[in-house]
Design a protein. Structure first.
Ligand SMILES: C[S@@+](CC[C@H](N)C(=O)[O-])C[C@H]1O[C@@H](n2cnc3c(N)ncnc32)[C@H](O)[C@@H]1O
Length: 295
C-alpha cells in the first residue's frame, strides 16, 4: 500500500468526485429519515496542500491541486453548484485557520460529507492504512455521530450493511494501485447489493484505459443469476484530455447505483462547466448515461 492521497488531494478527480458527492448527499437529505454515509476508502480527511509537492525523500514534485481546486478557486465566475462547493472549501479553510481567501488545506470526502450530514444522519469511515486512520480518528474525535474504523473497505461492506436506518449512501473510492481493484469492487459491490439492494452506491474509477472501465461498467447493466435485481445505474464521466494526449489519467468517472431523485438533472447541468474549467485541451468533455434507466 504505497498510495498516499495527499499527492492528489484537490486535483481534478477530487473536484469531480466531491462536487458529485455533495449532490448525492443533497439528494439523500430530501427525505427526512436519517441515513448512514459509509466511506469505504476514507483517506485522512484533511490534506495540507503545501505537502502535496514534497516526497518522503525530500525531492519535489509538481502538485496536482493547482489544476483542480486551484482553477475553480481563481475562476472569475462559477455556476451555483460549483460556487457553493468552493464556498464550502473556503469556509472549511477559514475554520482550519487559513487567512481569508487563502487555500492552504483541502478537505477529504469525510469532511465534505460531514458538512452536509444532519443530526439524524451518521457516518462510518473506513481506512486501512494505520497512519491515515489515526489522523482520521484525531479529525473526528469531537463528532458524536462519526465512527472511524481501521478496516478493509470491502470487509466493511459486509460488516455494516444493511444499516439499521435502512438508508445509506456508500462511497467506494479505492486507490487503484493494482490491476485487481476493479475485480475487488465487483465482488464487494455484488455482496453489498445482495445484502442491501436499495442502498445508494457511488464508485469512483479512473479512465486510464478505456477498455477496462468499459468492461467494469458493462457488469452493472447485465443481470446475473443469484444477484440482486438490476438497480438503476447512472454513469457520469469527466474527460480532461484527448485520447492522444500524454496526460496519463485522461478522465475519471462515478458509477451511481440507485441515484437519489433529481440528481441526474443536477449532474447534467454541472458536467459541462467542470469540463470547461478543468479541461486541458479540446478533448475535455462530460458524459452522463443511464446504464440501467430508472423505472
Ligand atoms: C483515493 S484515496 C481516498 C480519498 C478519499 N475518499 C477522499 O475523497 O478524500 C484511497 C484511500 O484508501 C486507502 N486504502 C487502500 N486500500 C484500502 C482498503 N482495502 N480498505 C480501506 N482503505 C484502503 C488508502 O490508504 C487511501 O487513503
Amino acid at each position: 500500500m504505497n498510495y498516499r492521497h495527499h499527492f492528489h488531494a484537490g486535483n481534478y478527480a477530487d473536484v469531480f468526485k466531491h462536487v458529485l458527492l455533495r449532490l448525492l448527499l443533497a439528494g439523500m437529505r430530501r427525505k427526512e429519515k436519517g441515513f448512514l454515509y459509509l466511506d469505504t476508502h476514507a483517506g485522512r480527511g484533511r490534506y495540507i496542500l503545501e505537502a502535496a509537492s514534497r516526497l518522503a525523500d525530500g525531492r519535489e514534485r509538481a502538485p496536482e491541486w493547482p489544476e483542480g481546486i486551484g482553477r475553480l478557486w481563481t475562476a472569475a465566475s462559477l455556476p451555483p453548484v460549483l460556487a457553493d462547493y468552493v464556498e464550502a472549501v473556503s469556509v472549511w479553510n477559514l475554520r482550519a485557520g487559513s487567512a481569508a481567501g487563502e487555500l492552504a488545506t483541502y478537505p477529504g470526502s469525510p469532511w465534505i460529507a460531514q458538512e452536509l450530514l444532519r443530526p439524524q444522519d451518521r457516518s462510518a469511515l473506513c481506512e486501512l492504512r494505520e497512519d491515515e486512520a489515526e489522523a482520521l480518528v484525531a479529525e473526528f474525535q469531537f463528532q458524536s455521530r462519526v465512527s472511524v474504523h481501521t478496516l478493509d473497505g470491502y470487509t466493511a461492506l459486509r460488516a455494516m450493511l444493511p444499516p439499521p436506518e435502512r438508508r445509506a449512501l456508500v462511497l467506494i473510492d479505492p486507490p487503484f494501485e493494482n490491476a485487481g481493484e476493479f475485480a475487488d469492487i465487483r465482488r464487494g459491490l455484488r455482496e453489498a447489493r445482495r445484502r442491501f439492494p436499495s442502498g445508494v452506491y457511488a464508485v469512483w474509477y479512473p479512465v486510464t484505459e478505456r477498455a477496462r472501465s468499459d468492461d467494469f461498467l458493462r457488469e452493472w447493466s447485465d443481470a446475473v443469476p443469484g444477484d440482486a435485481p438490476l438497480s438503476p445505474a447512472l454513469v457520469a464521466e469527466l474527460q480532461v484530455a484527448a485520447e492522444d494526449s500524454p496526460v496519463r489519467m485522461k478522465g475519471c468517472g462515478l458509477l451511481v447505483l440507485n441515484p437519489p431523485w433529481q440528481v441526474e438533472a443536477e449532474i447534467k447541468t454541472v458536467l459541462p462547466a467542470l469540463a470547461r474549467l478543468l479541461g486541458h485541451d479540446a478533448g475535455a468533455a462530460g458524459r452522463l448515461d443511464w446504464l440501467v434507466p430508472e423505472r
